[in-house]
Design a protein around this ligand. Structure first.
Ligand SMILES: [Zn+2]
Ligand SMILES: [Zn+2]
Ligand SMILES: [Zn+2]
Ligand SMILES: [Zn+2]
Length: 342
């Protein structure tokens, strides 16, 4: 953790004068935080799959550590506290640019080029930090609790990036006004703090909210709260709390609000499956048909044009069902699983 915090502090301090080292140090810091979480579970998880874990080699530093992809997979499959798709994408962007910086970094030729490179780095790091910070503060707070003060001071330091991006905010201000005029909502962005996060402001449809300053984006849906009739917004997942009356909501509540009841009734009458399963998150009957004819995974807030049916259990699923007769879907083990017990 001391290393991770040190690298992160360096990355922020070096940002304007040595952007190349900022990119390299920031990426190293992200990986160290993930490894610290793996380490809290068991030291052997930090060792790459490509070699056997060996305590003596580990303590002498003579081992190959996990890559970002390996760390993400172990957090999901072993620690059972995986990264969201958005978080993994943000960390991967940072890691890819680190690789490029190490092998092909060329100094900018013009001032304009240098400015746009700095902007890109500031945006990427703010978005990656938002995802990392949320993990450290919330889901992983048992592990990182003792460092919360240091973690908050990183948040303070990143103000310098926000000052730097104020130029971008000035540039997009007219565009933000056009969105407001067209009826969209513009709110503060959690990553860069500017009032530049654009929401479609429509009920019962999946929308991608996007920040025009830093590019932070997430899927969301707004429904009417059945208790107080105010609006409740779900951000990135099918769970939310009504800000007005404190009622807690689950994917099931989104399903009730957006499902095409006529189509559901017809399907039930025909003996067809009314709801589908989500292959992304293992959500059971969380995928519903909406009046536009599309399917919406209320667990992950993803729209699907159509669902395929598992050839073994006959349930519709968002995943690829090509081999499903043999190997099943995320809800069944297919023919192979059925015959295994014989
Ligand atoms: Zn932003
Ligand atoms: Zn309410
Ligand atoms: Zn899902
Ligand atoms: Zn199945």
């Amino acid at each position: 953790m001391d290393n991770a915090l040190d690298f992160l502090t360096r990355a922020i301090d070096e940002f304007q004068d040595s952007p190349k080292y900022s990119v390299i140090h920031f990426s190293a810091a992200v990986e160290q935080f993930l490894k610290a979480r793996l380490m809290a579970e068991h030291w052997s998880l930090v060792v790459s799959d490509r070699q056997p874990a060996d305590w003596d080699k580990f303590t002498s530093g003579n081992f190959q550590s996990v890559t970002l992809a390996e760390a993400a997979s172990k957090l999901d499959k072993v620690v059972r506290s995986g990264l969201s798709a958005d978080a993994l994408a943000a960390f991967s962007t940072v890691a890819n640019h680190r690789n490029r910086a190490i092998h092909f970094f060329h100094s900018a030729h013009t001032d304009k080029e240098a400015q746009s490179e700095l902007r890109r780095i500031a945006k990427e790091q703010l978005v990656a930090w938002l995802h990392l910070h949320r993990l450290l503060q919330n889901r992983w707070s048992d592990t990182f609790g003792p460092w919360l003060e240091n973690i908050d001071s990183i948040e303070e330091k990143l103000r310098s990036y926000r000052d730097f991006l104020s130029m971008v905010f000035d540039e997009v201000t007219p565009e933000l006004q056009r969105y407001r005029d067209a009826g969209a909502l513009v709110e503060a962005c959690a990553a860069c703090s500017f009032e530049s996060m654009v929401f479609a402001n429509e009920l019962n449809v999946i929308d991608t909210a996007t920040c025009l300053v830093c590019g932070h984006a997430f899927r969301c849906i707004t429904i009417e709260c059945p208790s107080c009739e105010e609006q409740v917004r779900f951000e990135g997942e099918g769970f939310a709390t009504c800000e007005h009356c404190n009622t807690s909501f689950e994917p099931e509540h989104i399903a009730d609000a957006i499902e095409d009841e006529g189509a559901a009734y017809e399907a039930a009458k025909e003996g067809d499956a009314v709801r589908g399963n989500c292959g992304d998150c293992d959500g059971y009957h969380s995928v519903v048909r909406v009046p536009s004819g599309q399917w919406v995974a209320t667990c992950c807030l993803v729209e699907h044009e159509r669902l395929e049916t598992c050839e073994w259990c006959n349930e519709p699923n968002t995943g690829d069902m090509e081999m499903s007769y043999h190997s099943g879907c995320n809800m069944c083990d297919g023919h192979a699983g059925w015959t295994k017990g014989d």
